[in-house]
Design a protein around this ligand. Structure first.
Ligand SMILES: Nc1ncnc2c1ncn2[C@@H]1O[C@H](COP(=O)(O)OP(=O)(O)O)[C@@H](O)[C@H]1O
Ligand SMILES: Cc1ncsc1CCOP(=O)(O)O
Ligand SMILES: [Mg+2]
Length: 275
């Protein structure tokens, strides 16, 4: 940044207003998600101010999603039956205009994950694609490395990778990392909130999808809502790091700090730069 090109920071009142709206509307967030972090996702949804439900039987997902404000599809521990449920829930969500958030956990690590993420993107109208850098690099086709569920990095520039992925998929792309990149190709938001402790805990990426879904459920602008959600979670992470002694006390503090996060605090501390 130079003196001639001052950073254009989003007014903190925008994410703060969305946080307040989540809490007043308390949207239901239907998750079809992995067995590793499912409980964290339920509780982080509550701490955000929304209401979670986890339902994945193909027999009931279309009925359940009809009552939801947003649907999270997370492929972290996918199976053929679960994929069938994701497509059925997603189709119904699309019919009803309910936004779908896709977390392509581990895409690129195996053929089944890559084919499934691609199939979901080809079949459904996905509102937000939220992944770590490696996952987004894989889906952008520009080069991304994924080992298990961890990002091994991307080949090129992060902003260009996320924009290419948004162009290719027609979704809002929310690429997490030390600085999150959220883009609908036309606009780019860089979210500076967060703490490195968030990277030392399994589940923060999945939780980012749940918080994103809660914000997207109450907003029309999915890019702004996605950036606001990451600012809120990141701000909770900053506050949690001040009181934690290690990864597990950090985890507890992250839930407590998000539950206690006030719109005023977010107004003052959200760091969302628009490029
Ligand atoms: N080094 C970091 N500094 C600050 N925040 C981070 C850092 N690494 C990850 N985060 C935050 O942690 C959450 C999960 O991101 P990430 O670790 O990229 O996801 P995943 O768990 O899917 O790999 C996001 O909200 C992101 O902003
Ligand atoms: C470890 C693991 N294995 C399959 S899903 C999962 C959790 C991934 O969580 P996150 O992407 O949020 O770190
Ligand atoms: Mg992830």
């Amino acid at each position: 940044m130079t003196r001639d090109s001052p950073a254009n920071f989003m007014d903190g009142a925008i994410p703060a207003g969305l946080l307040a709206t989540v809490r007043s509307k308390r949207p239901l967030i239907h998750h079809i998600t992995n067995g590793v972090t499912i409980n964290d996702c339920a509780n982080i949804t509550i701490c955000t101010g929304a209401a979670p439900v986890m339902a994945e039987a193909p027999e009931e997902v279309a009925e359940m999603v009809a009552a939801a404000g947003a649907l999270v599809l997370n492929i972290g521990t996918l199976s053929a039956t679960q994929v069938e449920a994701m497509l059925a829930a997603g189709r119904r969500a699309n019919e009803l205009g309910i936004p779908v958030v896709l977390d392509p956990v581990g895409v690129g690590a195996t053929r089944f994950r890559t084919e499934t993420a691609q199939r979901i993107l080809d079949t459904l109208d996905v509102a937000v694609l939220k992944g770590n850098a490696g996952e987004i690099g894989v889906l952008a086709g520009t080069g991304g490395s994924v080992r298990g569920v961890d990002s091994g990095g991307i080949a090129g520039d992060p902003v260009e990778t996320a924009r290419e992925c948004a162009r290719l998929t027609g979704t809002v792309v929310s690429m997490t990392g030390a600085v999150d990149v959220v883009t609908d190709d036309r606009r780019v938001f860089l979210v500076g909130n967060g703490n490195p402790a968030m990277d030392r805990l399994s589940g923060t990426g999945c939780m980012a999808s749940s918080v994103t879904a809660a914000f997207v459920a109450v907003a029309d602008d999915y890019a702004v809502a996605s950036a606001a959600a990451l600012a809120a979670l990141g701000r909770a992470g900053e506050r949690a790091a001040l009181e934690a002694r290690g990864p597990y006390s950090f985890r507890t503090a992250l839930f407590d700090e998000l539950a206690g996060l006030t719109p005023d605090d977010l107004t003052g501390h959200a760091r969302i730069e628009e490029r």
